[in-house]
Ligand binder design. Structure first.
Ligand SMILES: Nc1ncnc2c1ncn2[C@@H]1O[C@H](COP(=O)(O)OP(=O)(O)OP(=O)(O)O)[C@@H](O)[C@H]1O
Length: 675
């Protein structure tokens, strides 16, 4: 029987082929999808990991500044030799350099260990200052960007900073250049220059730029001692409905370069704003009553307080010869008519934990620090201590100053001083005939008396805290201060033997935190000689990282709120700066180490000035070193202007256009305003 062979079914073959093809297609598509997902995830991971240390930054986009190679800068500074160091910031060192053409430059080199904060400030300065040209601003000439190397190149300011001129420099070689070089005429011109610089930023830039960190170390002097403003790391560009600054620049500059907004346009080479004329016509007294509907009101600041920076699209792009910065607000800035924005003033637990971080920077043992948490409401209230005019506030100011001094490494701490007292008493009982010892003894007594006074103040503060506790309130600020003070004291003690930090040469500042200070012989460390103030200490704990100007110069409404900057915050700082320039004193002095005759009230320059104004004796504030060699009319004008600038209510502070007019003699100060 023969078997029957069936011919192959062509349909079946086709079906099999199609199926194989289909499977192959599915597999390859799946593979492509998987690969894409893996690729995407890898990129996501890569950007997240790298974002933690550096931030995407497209240096080619915004400005036409000279790009220096690191090698060039190295050559200009003799390999970044320490001899060429002319300044030190929180995360940067400033070098003097000489270019091949013989011209001098100042190079701000960021420390190698870049963190996002430092990079943000770098970008901020690069983008904001790089787009501005004014004789009252330090010119940014160029930059260097190589791997993790970052540097900004500025015009060199031969007379360095106003801070150094007023208070000397720890690195000063004692060549006689010091505060005495600043005659009254120079001081007055410095004040005028700073006012003009602010006028340029606030009124002649559209949108306005808010410097945000006006203080003597950021005012640099040229050969003729004319002042220019520097350090735009914390600056902000203000729009009608918000402000733009470092955070935004840094966060998404690279990512959002295609994402053009339209609502703000910022021109680097600006022409005067037409509204300036209008503002100039406003009567000064009316200006003091500026309503919140004013273009220059602090309404924006309130909005900014509630502004979520992440809700902004931002872009910077280069026009033909100018910087165009565009921003777009994509979400409502509604503050809801409530006080929620105020919460921005209140330091979070993070802020408090930052003090511990600062202490950690001292290589200290923070193991036991985890107790109390701030009472937010109380904190907000206490923030105003420094601004109140009452006697109580004065003592509080001083208490805060004193707290600052207590954690200053150069200051013997409370307990140690107490321990010293019996020693002095022993000396008293011994056969002391030596005159020197007698002096020591009386000094010891004076010191002891002051300590007692301070302890009484402390008790008063504690009693207040206790009573507020009993009445249902939570812990108040001063107890927290004491708590943190104790911590810091402990930290210091525990850390005394650490080799890698020289306490006696350390200093603390807002931006820097604790850092080493160059040792100088015969330079007894003191709060007066150093930069440390209670403000510094307070600010380190009450503020977010980006609010790092010295607290003494920071307006009360700034209050530790990130981004809460308006023109009026600059005006406040300017007011304090005027007082500092006129008096030749720091805003907060350390009483125990200054003249024993110095009264408590005088420790806080702002409070003291207000008191003098009340008693009609403001000229007492003028630097004694000027003796009678100053223009009394100008001095009292400056002090009165400063008083109007440091008013508690931002809206009552004058506009910068008016302050320039007043200084130029083109406008009178109002006869009276509340101190
Ligand atoms: N262009 C310059 N010419 C001369 N000296 C300068 C110049 N720029 C800065 N300095 C010096 O360097 C110091 C620190 O500079 P700058 O304030 O810009 O650094 P920073 O890191 O922002 O410091 P800080 O943390 O104090 O704000 C200044 O106080 C000044 O003495």
């Amino acid at each position: 029987m023969t078997s029957r062979v069936f011919p192959p079914n062509p349909d079946h073959n086709l079906f099999t082929k199609c199926r194989a093809l289909f499977l192959a297609l599915i597999v390859s598509v799946s593979l492509v999808i998987c690969c894409s997902i893996l690729y995407f995830l890898y990129h996501l991971w890569f950007s997240v990991v790298h974002r933690a240390t550096t931030i995407p930054f497209d240096a080619n986009s915004p400005l036409k500044l000279q790009r220096f190679s690191y090698k060039e800068l190295k050559q200009a500074t003799n390999g970044f030799h320490t001899e060429n160091v002319i300044g030190k910031g929180g995360s940067s060192t400033v070098f003097k350099g000489k270019l091949k053409d013989g011209s001098f430059i100042a190079i701000k080199r960021l420390d190698d260990a870049l963190c996002s904060q430092t990079e943000q400030e770098f970008q901020n300065e690069f983008l904001i200052l790089g787009g501005l040209t004014s004789p009252f601003l330090v010119t940014l000439l160029g930059y260097c960007l190589e791997k993790n190397k970052r540097a900004l190149v500025f015009e060199y300011m031969p007379k360095r900073s106003l801070q150094e001129f007023l208070f000397g420099n720890e690195n000063d070689d004692g060549d006689g250049d010091g505060c005495l070089s600043l005659s009254w005429e120079r001081r007055f011109l410095v004040i005028l220059d700073v006012a003009r610089a602010l006028k340029f930023l606030h009124l002649e830039c559209d949108p306005p730029v808010i410097h945000g960190d006006i203080k003597p170390s950021n005012v640099l002097l040229d050969e003729e001692y004319r002042a220019k403003i520097a350090d735009f790391g914390l600056s902000r560009i203000k729009g009608d409905e918000g402000e733009f600054g470092g955070n935004m620049f840094s966060q998404d500059l690279g990512d959002k370069s295609q994402d053009l907004g339209t609502s703000q346009e910022f021109s680097g080479n600006l022409t005067p704003d037409s509204s300036v004329e209008h503002i100039n016509e406003v009567d000064f007294s009316l200006a003091l009553q500026a309503s919140s509907s004013s273009k220059y009101s602090c309404r924006v600041g309130l909005n900014v307080g509630a502004l979520n920076l992440n809700s902004l699209n931002y872009n910077a792009c280069l026009g033909e010869n100018e910087l165009i910065v565009k921003g777009k607000e994509t979400s409502s800035l509604d503050i809801g008519g409530d006080d929620s924005w105020k919460n921005k003033f209140v330091p979070s637990d993070d802020d408090f934990s930052r003090i511990i971080d600062h202490c950690k920077e001292l290589n200290v043992n923070a193991s036991s620090v985890d107790e109390e948490k701030p009472n937010e409401k109380q904190w907000e209230k206490d923030w105003w201590w420094k601004q109140e005019e009452s006697e109580e506030s004065c003592s509080k100011d001083y208490v805060m100053e004193w707290i600052g001094s207590q954690i200053h490494p150069s200051k013997t701490d409370w307990d140690d001083e107490e321990k010293n007292i019996p020693e002095e008493t022993e000396l008293e009982n011994s056969t002391l005939t030596d005159k020197q010892d007698e002096n020591k003894e009386s000094e010891g007594k004076k010191c002891h008396e002051k300590q007692k006074k301070m302890q009484e103040l402390w008790k008063e503060e504690e009693n207040l805290a206790e009573s507020s506790k009993k009445s249902g309130n939570q812990k108040s600020l001063h107890t927290r201060w004491k708590f943190y003070l104790c911590r810091c004291k402990n930290f210091q003690r525990e850390d005394q033997n650490q080799n890698d930090f020289d306490h006696h040469n350390g200093e603390f500042s807002f931006r820097r935190g604790w850092r080493k200070k160059k040792k100088k012989e015969n330079n007894s460390p003191s709060i007066i000689g150093g930069e440390m103030t209670s403000g510094d200490f307070l600010s380190s704990t009450t503020t977010t990282r980006s609010m790092r100007g010295t607290l003494s110069y920071a307006a009360p409404e700034h209050g530790g709120c990130e981004g809460f900057l308006t023109e009026k915050t600059d005006i406040y700082s300017f007011g304090v700066l005027i007082l500092v320039v006129v008096s030749g004193r720091r805003p907060l002095l350390h009483i125990l180490e200054s003249s024993p005759l110095l009264k408590l009230e005088k420790a806080n320059l702002v409070s003291w000035c207000r008191q003098l104004a009340k008693s009609g004796n403001i000229l007492e504030l003028v630097d004694e070193r000027l003796r009678e060699d100053y223009n009394k009319e100008q001095a009292s004008l400056c002090i009165n202007l400063a008083l109007s600038c440091i008013q508690k209510n931002p809206e009552l502070r004058p506009h910068i256009g008016d302050t320039v007019k007043v200084l130029n003699g083109d406008m009178d100060l109002p006869a009276a305003f509340p101190f």
